[in-house]
Design a binder for this molecule. Structure first.
Ligand code: FES
Length: 145
C-alpha cells in the first residue's frame, strides 16, 4: 500500500527536531484528523534555506511527507521553496494512497506558514505566498493546482 520511499521516510524520518532561533516557524493542523505539524526554517542573508527541521504529531504519511519536504527545501531559495507543493512531495515519495493525500497538504502548508513567519519577521514580501491557514481540515486536496 505504501511505497518503499514512504516506508523509509516513516521509519527513518530526516531532520526531526527544532531549530533554535529559527528564521521562521510554522504550525498547522488538520482538525478533522487531529494531526499537527511544525516546521522550522533557518534562512541565510541570501534568502537560501540553510536548514529545516520538523515535528509532527500525526500519522505515518504525515511523518513521511514532512521528512521528504524538509529534504526538498534545504538548499533552495525561499522563492524556490514555494514550488515544493504537496504534489511535488508526493511525487518524490513515489505516491501516497488516495486517502492519505490530505496528509501531504500539512507539509506544504507548514512550510508556507514558516515562510510567512520569516517574511513577517523581516518585513519582506515573498511573491506568490498566501497567508497560510492554521487548520487545513476544510481544504480539498483534489483542488490543488
Ligand atoms: Fe491526519 Fe494523516 S491522517 S495527517
Amino acid at each position: 500500500m505504501y511505497s518503499e520511499k514512504v516506508m523509509d521516510h516513516f521509519s527513518n524520518p530526516r531532520n526531526v527536531g527544532e531549530i533554535e532561533d529559527a528564521s521562521g516557524v510554522g504550525t498547522v493542523g488538520n482538525a478533522k484528523c487531529g494531526d499537527i505539524m511544525r516546521m522550522y526554517l533557518d534562512i541565510d542573508e541570501n534568502q537560501v534555506i540553510r536548514d529545516c527541521k520538523f515535528k509532527t504529531f500525526g500519522c505515518g504519511a504525515a511523518v513521511a511527507t514532512s521528512s521528504m519536504a524538509t529534504e526538498l527545501v534545504i538548499g533552495k531559495t525561499v522563492q524556490e521553496a514555494l514550488q515544493v507543493t504537496n504534489v511535488a512531495v508526493m511525487e518524490a515519495l513515489d505516491g501516497l494512497p488516495p486517502v492519505k493525500v490530505h496528509c501531504s497538504l500539512l507539509a506544504e502548508e507548514a512550510i508556507h506558514a514558516a515562510l510567512w513567519d520569516y517574511a513577517e519577521k523581516n518585513n519582506i514580501k515573498i511573491e506568490g505566498l498566501k497567508k497560510p491557514k492554521e487548520d487545513i481540515g476544510d481544504e480539498d486536496p483534489v483542488d490543488e493546482d
